[in-house]
Design a protein around this ligand. Structure first.
Ligand code: GLC
Length: 422
């Protein structure tokens, strides 16, 4: 009997259950791309531990495009489109009524997760999602180039720009004509809102809207942050950054063509792949401060697992969420894809630490990351974020100064707010 594995035992038991109990669930997982081994692993576990089958649906890359698709599905109350989905950290309040109440199925899991992340997923006392992946912005740098030019990882944006200018010039003079100082996410989409928040918050310019719901963006520090970022475009950053999402930035950095890159933690393991030209040459530092009086401000990101309120089998969906958020799957997601676990214990795991030594040091960065103002702006957050990334884009492209952009943004945000955020 000892040899009988739990999965095998489950399979035997389910074989005798009536077929009517078996459903096919749909989960958002891009099986046609890099996610494939992960999606397959989850399918194998779900199908061996429950009587059900699992299929996948593909989603667009950009967070705001994903949201638009889910909103269409939910507006149609379509129970056949998706059962289990991954929800950006900024959407839980907004999608609340479309998410199945998981409280009774998952509340025992709470102590395993970072407290703020868990709290983010509780709306009116009900648990609507379980953390799957923790994200915080960080500055990647080329260790080898910093050593070669006798520089330390920059503490401020000003130092970053100085080092980037120096190394870009020297490397170009030495024949590397494609070398750039910095790449980041400059396209007009949710990712740019994350970068803009880091610039503005790092200069102590706030978070556009404060936790009490007041519009705070029209201030000289926010304007200075935007002007500083605009000064990088076309000098130390290619003009093309204005079309970059995360993956375009990684492509340039991983190809060896940039000294610094702003990105999320997922990029680390990929840059360390055996096929990567920068394997062994990459370091990671906190997002720089805006001047000596500024602060290190990493935008809080991350993805949560949730069940659609329209799912025909939410109980099975909840079982899948438990599998997706358990220690084994989260570790697997990290080892396969570099996705940082949301469980606190994973950061103590020797295998995880060995693959990404920076993670242990970054526990504080994760714990103190700056949230986008999705809680105070409630269902209006997508409009707020769109106004923010459009303002950022206008300054980066030279169509507005930082000062004009923050004044316009204040007007827009106040108009979106009306009397109160709802
Ligand atoms: C990452 C973050 C997510 C953010 C997105 C923006 O996926 O986890 O929170 O919205 O990037 O591109």
């Amino acid at each position: 009997m000892k040899k009988l594995l739990p999965a095998a035992l489950a399979a035997t038991l389910f074989a005798v259950l009536p077929a009517a109990h078996a459903d096919t669930l749909k989960m958002a997982c891009n099986i046609s791309g890099a996610m494939k081994p992960y999606c397959e692993h989850v399918k194998q576990r779900f199908e061996s531990e429950t009587p059900h089958k699992l299929e996948f649906i593909e989603m667009p890359a950009a967070s705001d495009e994903k949201l638009a698709l889910y909103q269409q599905i939910f507006a149609a109350k379509d129970g056949g489109a998706v059962d289990v989905l991954s929800v950006d950290v900024i959407w839980v309040g907004l999608l609340d009524k479309h998410l199945y109440d998981l409280t009774d199925k998952v509340k025992d899991l709470e102590p395993a997760f970072f407290p703020n992340n868990w709290k983010n997923n509780v709306v009116n006392g009900r648990v609507k999602a379980v953390p799957g992946q923790l994200d915080a912005g960080m500055l990647y740098y080329r260790k080898d180039l910093l050593e070669k030019y006798k520089e330390q990882p920059p503490k401020t944006w000003e130092e970053m720009a100085r080092i980037a200018t120096k190394i870009q010039k020297a490397e170009r003079d030495a024949g590397l004509k494609n070398m750039w100082g910095l790449v980041f996410q400059g396209k007009a989409y949710e990712g740019l809102s994350c970068d803009v928040l880091e610039w503005v918050a790092s200069y102590n310019g706030g978070t556009f809207v404060d936790p009490a719901g007041n519009v705070t963006v029209n201030n000289p520090k926010a304007a200075k942050a935007l002007n500083t970022a605009a000064s990088w475009v076309g000098t130390i950053a290619p003009k093309g950054v204005m079309g970059y999402q995360e993956e375009e930035s990684r492509a340039v950095f991983q190809n060896g063509d940039a000294v610094f890159m702003r990105n999320w933690p997922y990029a680390y393991l990929l840059t360390q792949d055996k096929s990567s030209p920068v394997k062994g040459k990459v370091g990671v530092a906190p997002i720089p401060m805006g001047g000596e009086d500024g602060q290190h401000a990493a935008t809080l990101g991350g993805w949560q697992w949730a069940v659609s309120a329209y799912s025909k089998n939410p109980e099975a969906g909840a079982k899948l969420v438990r599998i997706l958020s358990d220690a084994e799957t989260q570790k697997r997601a990290f080892l396969l894809l570099g996705i940082p676990p949301a469980r606190m214990e994973s950061y103590q795991d020797a295998e995880v630490q060995a693959k990404a030594p920076y993670l242990a040091e970054f526990k504080d960065v994760f714990a103190n990351a700056v949230p986008r103002p999705s809680t105070p702006t409630r269902s209006q957050f997508p409009k707020v974020s769109k106004a923010v990334f459009n303002a950022g884009y206008d300054v980066l492209s030279g169509r507005a100064t930082g000062e004009q952009a923050v004044a316009d943004l204040e007007d827009k945000l106040k108009r979106i707010k009306g009397r109160e955020w709802k």
